[in-house]
Design a protein around this ligand. Structure first.
Ligand SMILES: [Zn+2]
Length: 245
């Protein structure tokens, strides 16, 4: 009987010990699982739209404000928008928000305003100020009374140190890949460039080329050259964002 009893208690204590170990394993696994699941939600959750950087693309002019024009009457506002839309398409492949100041041929001012141009620029600035964690890229075309001048040139805002770096990135890529022989360098914007003069965030204005230069004006009117232009600006912006993070 004693031997049987001993055997019985040994079985009981073995089973008890075994169940305690099982419970421990299950508990550890459960809490570890919770932890992994918790970490998982933290790591896998995509960055919210608010955390992402926003690239504001500003297609200069629009609506009643045509901007500069070629000798044949092609308007700057249309070329600006064409480049801006291509740039948006490229940037939409990155993990960034893209905001356009305009997507169609409009002026950002009230039809009845007595100061349409001023209101238009103020509206673009206001839109930029409403964005958090952003950079501002304005697209324009140049014009000069003398035909011979050509080449993309980037202006930068003096209000934020990052503007110069972004401007240099675009200028360097343009000189290297867009048109050989472009020796232009970046230029600080003065008060004549309203938005860059007032804006606080990193901001540049790209004068994509001279509509007064027949050769460059002809290039700017081709889709293939505008594709190249957008690609150069895109590459510089992407590189800049990667380095700034
Ligand atoms: Zn312009």
């Amino acid at each position: 009987m004693k031997g049987k009893n001993n055997f019985f208690w040994r079985r009981i204590s073995f089973l008890f010990g075994f169940s305690v170990i099982c419970m421990l394993i299950v508990s550890v696994a459960y809490f570890a699982g919770e932890q992994v699941a918790f970490m998982g939600t933290e790591q896998d959750e995509p960055a919210s739209a608010k955390d992402k950087i926003t690239v504001i693309i500003d297609a200069g002019h629009g609506g009643r404000d045509g901007g500069a024009s070629t000798e044949s009457g092609v308007l700057e506002k249309d070329l600006n928008l064409a480049v801006a839309l291509k740039l948006r398409a490229l940037l939409s492949e990155l993990d960034v928000n893209v905001v356009m100041t305009r997507e169609t041929d409009v002026m950002l001012a009230d039809e009845n305003s007595a100061h349409k141009k001023r209101d238009d620029l103020a509206a673009r600035l206001k839109l930029a100020r409403e964005q958090e964690n952003c950079i501002f890229v304005s697209i324009h075309m140049n014009k000069f009374p003398v035909e011979k001048y050509s080449g993309l040139q980037v202006y930068y805002s003096k209000n934020n140190a990052e503007s110069l770096l972004l401007a240099e990135a675009i200028q360097q890529k343009a000189c290297e890949f867009l048109r050989k022989g472009n020796a232009r360098t970046v230029k600080a914007a003065d008060s004549s460039i309203y938005i860059l003069h007032h804006i606080e965030v990193p901001a540049v204005l790209v004068e994509c080329g001279f509509l007064s230069n027949p050769e460059e004006a002809a290039l700017l009117q081709t889709e293939s050259y505008r594709n190249k232009l957008a690609a150069v600006i895109f590459a510089a912006v992407a590189e800049h964002l990667a380095e700034a993070q």
